[in-house]
Design a protein around this ligand. Structure first.
Ligand code: G1P
Length: 306
């Protein structure tokens, strides 16, 4: 079963990051020295993805530019003997075919995916939501692909979340527990009130879906919550049409960078895990707890060099 295509819907306005996102897409927020979307595409690359469709909007061309070559810069860096600075991104650009489509109106996640339907055909495809950054030994998408091949079915990534956070997510209704990490589901309830949540398993932004999702999106005539076409509704429609859908508890550390607080945690978390920056940031954090911290001692010099 070939699973080598992925759709990344990145057309949202990013209102929670205004005014930053007025002229720079929130997907281009930096995590250390790379834009957040680099980590998503890197995960796709490490999961064996060969074809990637970005769904953007008219103000997001910097994402498309980032995944294009930059001959002038490469030339200058070559003269400076610093060509290796672009190694990571150039490897990705060489290995993956990128296409991009634009969403003209904000009509929801389901609609964004539907726009990329022509690039998929009759295959299973990955869907990666760029607000969810997942650091793990085996890439999160690769974990889903493995299970999709095993079950020959659509798989959705889930994680247990505290009860008071469930209303921010799609929450799955469990039909049958297969293993401690794998469950067959009977529906996804999008952003339920805490009291109505069918489980504590929240959908996080990785999916491997049958191409039948596009039939479901085609058929959906009614727009749900907020007049937007919801992906969760299309998945429910697939289940009602006798498609098996499973939820898999992915292993990894997940950051929701859709909000400033989540992004700040991702920056600190990824810096702490980085061999170059980690020890410096750890020392900085340890120092914050002492009376010598710059918080109390305004004359204190903060060490900036690495
Ligand atoms: C989307 C999905 C939701 C999922 C969430 C994960 O919601 O609709 O089911 O739980 O992503 O981040 P959004 O956060 O885009 O509103």
């Amino acid at each position: 079963m070939d699973i080598n295509k992925v759709i990344i819907p990145a057309a949202g306005l990013g209102t929670r990051f205004l005014p930053y996102s007025k002229s720079v897409p929130k997907e281009m927020l930096p995590l250390l020295n790379k834009p957040a979307i680099h980590y998503i595409v890197q995960e796709a690359f490490e999961s064996g993805i060969k074809h990637l469709s970005l769904v953007t909007n008219r103000s997001k061309h910097s994402i498309e530019d980032y995944f294009d070559t930059s001959p002038e810069l490469s030339h200058i860096l070559k003269d400076l003997g610093e060509k290796n600075l672009l190694n990571d991104i150039e490897k990705i650009i060489r290995s993956i075919d990128f296409t991009s489509v634009r969403q003209h109106e904000m009509m929801g996640l389901g609609h964004a995916l539907w726009l990329a339907r022509h690039s998929i055909g009759k295959e299973y495809c990955g869907v990666m939501l760029p607000d969810d950054i997942i650091f793990s030994k085996q890439p999160a998408l690769a974990q889903l692909i493995r299970i999709a091949r095993q079950e020959k079915a659509s798989i959705i990534a889930v994680q247990e979340v505290p009860a008071d956070c469930l209303s921010s997510y799609g929450v799955v209704t469990i039909k049958k527990q297969i293993t401690p990490h794998l469950l067959q589901i009977s529906s996804i309830i999008e952003k339920p009130d805490q009291k109505d949540a069918p489980s504590n398993l929240a959908v996080i932004g990785r999916y491997v879906l049958s191409h039948k999702i596009f039939n479901a999106l085609d058929q959906m005539t009614t727009y749900s919550v907020g007049e937007e076409l919801q992906l969760s509704d299309a998945i429910n429609n697939m289940i009602q049409n006798n498609e098996k859908v499973f939820a898999y508890k992915v292993q990894g550390i997940r950051y929701d960078i859709g909000t400033p607080i989540g992004w700040i945690k991702a920056v600190i978390g990824s810096a702490l895990q980085d061999p170059q920056y980690g020890p410096h940031i750890q020392r900085f954090i340890d120092d914050l707890g002492t009376s010598e911290s710059f918080l109390f001692n305004q004359s204190k010099n903060i060490q900036h060099t690495v």
